[in-house]
Design a protein around this ligand. Structure first.
Ligand SMILES: NC(=O)c1ccc[n+]([C@@H]2O[C@H](COP(=O)([O-])OP(=O)(O)OC[C@H]3O[C@@H](n4cnc5c(N)ncnc54)[C@H](O)[C@@H]3O)[C@@H](O)[C@H]2O)c1
Length: 441
């Protein structure tokens, strides 16, 4: 049933985009936005820029662009800032990341040169394989949070942005389970003041952002804003949050293939996934503690999609293995191999082999753009903002955040339906159910 559109403030003025971690993903995103602004390239892979949304009956033939359907900030209104443990500006960092060609980077150099990373809140206990020197100094983690808040206030004064969002594009931190210090905001703030060892840098950035009323998205698999203390802060302040771990590369393919196999009730005995990659992300993931965080994130998708409890004969005995190997010659152009041992009618075995010559940051950059614009939409919409977790953005994540009583939805096509139905809901349009019996009356 159609209803009245939901209240959304218009996207007036500039939108500040705050990014801890100015590495391959962040710089590919920033350079890409600038290239699109100048008409040098297309924002391929971005739902907000190129996607359409069907409205009403199929016979109505209404399918506007999403960016014309909901009030999103324009690309010309985005202003970037970031932090990194290395002092390279966005141009230098992009050259080192080696994702984009030098011709394109030269074309957008003017803008990238201006984006210099602010000193990072960093702790090598959480990311062993990094040795940068562009670091904040402070006696306590609370002081670090305050310094980040000062950075943000100064950025706002300097640029005159009206609203901001923060997207964590920093390295994957060491694996951590929720601990008592994460259980409530009071415990967390006490932990910040007492330098509690289980408060990771990404949490300090998230705390600083939320305290200043800024929505937060987590692009890495770290616990970060999943910590109940930070969720409490987000809910209290009516701030949208989402995460975690951008859905790119092998997991993207997994969440495309697995729903198809399950739809046709094809069994799976084994799924072996291995990757070689040679970028800084790969170097960080060479440390077992960081890899563990990534592994947990990558493994969970299949389990939820296949529902072995409902289909024990098909999926109960699935052996699922994920490996990531650091192999410098490949740089950002990773290669992911998948071997699927499947079985069909009467149990007859078959195999599928996938060899994905993938460019991770090319797949991640449009995700960052969409998250920036959708999080900003959510912050201008009181009905969405007060919910805290934005489950409708699961589409973009390997380990989607959801309410504690729910299991996460991993199926890419259900996620897309959820996202688009959320947009229809916001604009007072009918949900699309695909029932379609009325066409035959
Ligand atoms: N590339 C992808 O497709 C993809 C997909 C899913 C998730 N991710 C995650 O996104 C993140 C970024 O990926 P990337 O390929 O750009 O990696 P990257 O190594 O190129 O960039 C990460 C940057 O974060 C910086 N950093 C680390 N800790 C920091 C801190 N505390 N404060 C500020 N900066 C810090 C590092 O110095 C580095 O420059 C990683 O966590 C990665 O696992 C990437």
């Amino acid at each position: 049933m159609a209803h009245k559109p939901v209240k959304i403030e218009p996207p007036e003025g500039k939108l500040g985009v705050l990014i801890p971690g100015m590495g391959a993903v962040a710089t590919t995103f920033m350079a890409g936005v600038e290239a699109v602004r100048r008409g040098l390239a297309l924002p391929i892979g971005s739902l907000t820029q190129m996607g359409t949304i069907r409205l009403g009956k199929r016979t109505e033939k209404r399918a506007p662009l999403i960016k014309d359907f909901v009030p999103l900030a324009g690309l010309n209104d985005l202003v970037f800032a970031g932090w990194d443990v290395f002092p390279d500006n966005a141009y230098e960092a992009a050259v080192k990341a080696g994702v984009l060609e030098s011709r394109l980077l030269e074309d957008v150099r003017g803008v990238l040169d201006q984006i210099r990373p602010m000193p990072a809140a960093f702790d090598r206990k959480f990311v062993k394989n990094l040795h940068g020197r562009n670091l904040k100094k402070a006696k306590t983690k609370m002081e670090l949070a305050e310094q980040i808040m000062d950075d943000i206030r100064q950025f706002k004064r300097r640029t005159g942005v009206d609203r901001m969002v923060m997207v964590w594009c920093g390295s994957t931190e060491a694996f951590m389970r929720p601990a008592p210090v994460h259980a409530s905001l009071a415990a967390f703030e006490k932990g910040l003041r007492q330098n509690h060892p289980q408060i990771a840098p990404s949490m300090i950035y998230a705390y600083a952002a939320l305290t200043l009323g800024i929505p937060f998205a987590n692009g890495a698999p770290n616990l970060t804003v999943d910590a109940p203390a930070l969720l409490e802060l987000a809910r209290r302040k009516h701030l949208p949050v989402c995460g975690k771990d951008f859905k790119t590369g092998q997991t993207l393919i997994k969440t495309i293939i697995a729903p198809g196999l399950k739809a046709r009730l094809i069994g799976l005995r084994g799924w072996f996934s291995t990757n070689i990659l040679g970028n800084r992300d790969g170097e960080v993931l060479d440390d077992p503690a960081s890899f563990r965080t990534k592994e947990e994130s990558k493994l969970s998708a299949l389990e939820y999609i296949l529902q072995p409890d409902l289909y024990p004969q098909l999926y109960r005995d699935l052996y699922h293995k994920v490996r990531i190997n650091y192999y410098p010659p490949r740089g950002d152009n990773k290669e992911g191999w998948d071997n699927l041992d499947i079985f069909g009618w009467l149990g007859y075995p078959m195999q599928i082999k996938i060899d994905f010559l993938c460019r991770d940051s090319i797949l991640a950059a449009p995700i960052v753009l969409d998250l920036v614009l959708f999080l900003d939409l959510a912050q201008r919409c009181p009905e969405m903002a007060r919910k805290g977790i934005q489950e409708w953005l699961s589409f973009y994540f390997k380990s989607p955040m959801c309410a504690p009583s729910l299991y996460p939805e991993h199926d890419l096509f259900i996620q897309l339906m959820k996202l688009k139905n959320t947009l229809r809901h916001l604009r007072g349009e009918e949900m699309i159910t695909h029932l379609g019996l009325e066409y035959y009356d």
